[in-house]
Structure formats: structure tokens, C-alpha cells
Design a protein around this ligand. Sequence first.
Ligand SMILES: CC(C)(COP(=O)(O)OP(=O)(O)OC[C@H]1O[C@@H](n2cnc3c(N)ncnc32)[C@H](O)[C@@H]1OP(=O)(O)O)[C@@H](O)C(=O)NCCC(=O)NCCS
Length: 206
Amino acid sequence: MSVEIRAYRPADRDDVARVCLRTGASGGDATGWYSDDTLLPDVAALPHLEYAPDLALVVDDGKHAIGYLIGVADTAAFIEWWRREWVPVIAARHPAPGAPTAHAPQISEALLLEVGRQPELMRIAELDAYPAQLHINLLPTLRGQGFGRRLVDLYRAALAARGVPALHLGIDPSNVGARAFYDRLGFHELPSSTPHHPLFGIATTP
Ligand SMILES: CC(C)(COP(=O)(O)OP(=O)(O)OC[C@H]1O[C@@H](n2cnc3c(N)ncnc32)[C@H](O)[C@@H]1OP(=O)(O)O)[C@@H](O)C(=O)NCCC(=O)NCCS
């Protein structure tokens, strides 16, 4: 079975949401971690797909998208859009925190809801210099084969072609594998990074 990277299509939306959920616990399966399994993708993947489908990439195994990279070129503009268009979606789909589950996720349900309702939390100090952002999630069978590196290379090239100078991302502090990956790719820690909210950045051109 051939596995290929290709541009996102609207028909991939449910697959992307599934991968988001199944990799949302620091790379592990977050199914059942929150009171509603749709909450994580509704905050961490679907707004990016809705706002910037043209920047999204998927890894296709011939049947499904089993990995993805999503991002936006201009986080400040994305915050404005999210406030106007996506906060009402979150409010309608997730009006209040649900009953606690048996899990204690690193990112609590309350914090996830706060991020959904307050996109301004994405406004990092270095936003002018690092306006773009990215999120990358691969199912376990796909990892360690160079797909992550190739996805980031393609995304950086797409941003450079649009004149975007640099991008940033935040990682869950417990996700040591992701940190090692970004270190290896040449990302550097940003000045406003803290142990609770590690932030990394990289230019779009080498
Ligand atoms: C983190 C992730 C995107 C990396 O993608 P990947 O396809 O497995 O990584 P690659 O195979 O492209 O590896 C690229 C380089 O990073 C290194 N690397 C990747 N994962 C690593 C890890 N866990 N520990 C140490 N090094 C790692 C590789 O050795 C490789 O180095 P090389 O190219 O110099 O040989 C992927 O493992 C993943 O989706 N994890 C779960 C979701 C997640 O944590 N996403 C990040 C949230 S911020």
C-alpha cells in the first residue's frame, strides 16, 4: 500500500478529527479523556481546517488520512476570525464543561474550553516576527519514517512562497518526543517560552 503526502480535501475532515483525537494525549490516544470526544478536534484541528484549508496537508494510506499538518499563515488574523466565527461554534457545541472522566489530561477540559472561547490566548509575544503557526499529528504506524520532516519542509516552503518569514508552535511540556523532533529539525526556543508553555520557532527559509 502506498502512502503519500497530499493537499487536504474537505472529505478528509472526519479523518483529521479522528487523528487529532487518537494522538491528542501527548501523542497517545485521547479517546474518552474529555467528556465529549468532539471537544479536542473542535478546538485543536477543525478551526484551522475551516480557516486555512489551502495550507493543510494529509498523509494518505490509500484509504484514509492517517496523519496531518495544519497551520495558519497569520495568527493575528486567525484570532480575529476565531473570535468572530468560531467562538459561536464552540459555544453552541460545548456550552459547559461535561462530567469529569476517569482521566487527568495534561490539558484539562476547562483549559481546552477556555482556549476555544478565548482565541486571544494564541497571541504570543513574538507574533510579529513569527506570524505563522503549525500543528502536526501522525498516527503511531506512520512515525519515524520521515513524514514529519517532509510535512514541515513542505509547509515552510508554502509559507516562504507567500512571503511569511517564520512560524511558531507550542508543545505540551510532557511531549518529550515532539520536543526532540522539533529540536532535530532546527527549531529554537522563543524568549517568551516557559516550562508550562514551551514555545518554539523557525524561519521559513533555511
Ligand atoms: C512528533 C511527530 C510529528 C514526528 O514525526 P515523525 O514522522 O515521527 O518524525 P520524522 O521521522 O520525520 O523524524 C525527523 C527527525 O526527528 C527525529 N525524531 C522524531 N521523533 C523523535 C523522537 N520521539 N525522539 C527523538 N528524535 C525524534 C528523527 O530521528 C529524525 O531525525 P533525522 O531526520 O535527523 O534522522 C510524530 O511523532 C507525531 O505525530 N507524534 C504524535 C503527535 C505529536 O506529538 N505531535 C506534535 C504536537 S506539538
